[in-house]
Design a protein around this ligand. Structure first.
Ligand code: ZN
Length: 65
């Protein structure tokens, strides 16, 4: 399995809302900000770091696997 996003890119990305760290979700199709409870979608390898475009974690039916 290959990562759709460069780990180095992950390192410099930050939540636009709280400026905190984000992490890759289990599906590797989004970046999670735990502080805000938001997921920033990754589309075609490009993270959409926009608050307006982010989804809340609750929309995804809880955390875990
Ligand atoms: Zn945040």
């Amino acid at each position: 399995m290959k990562d759709p996003i460069n780990p180095l890119l992950l390192d410099i990305l930050a939540c636009p809302k709280c400026k905190g760290d984000v992490r890759l979700n289990d599906e590797k199709n989004g970046l999670i900000c735990d502080r805000c409870g938001l997921i920033y979608e990754i589309r075609e390898g490009i993270p959409i770091m926009l608050i307006d475009e982010a989804k809340t974690l609750k929309d995804r039916g809880g955390s875990g696997r």
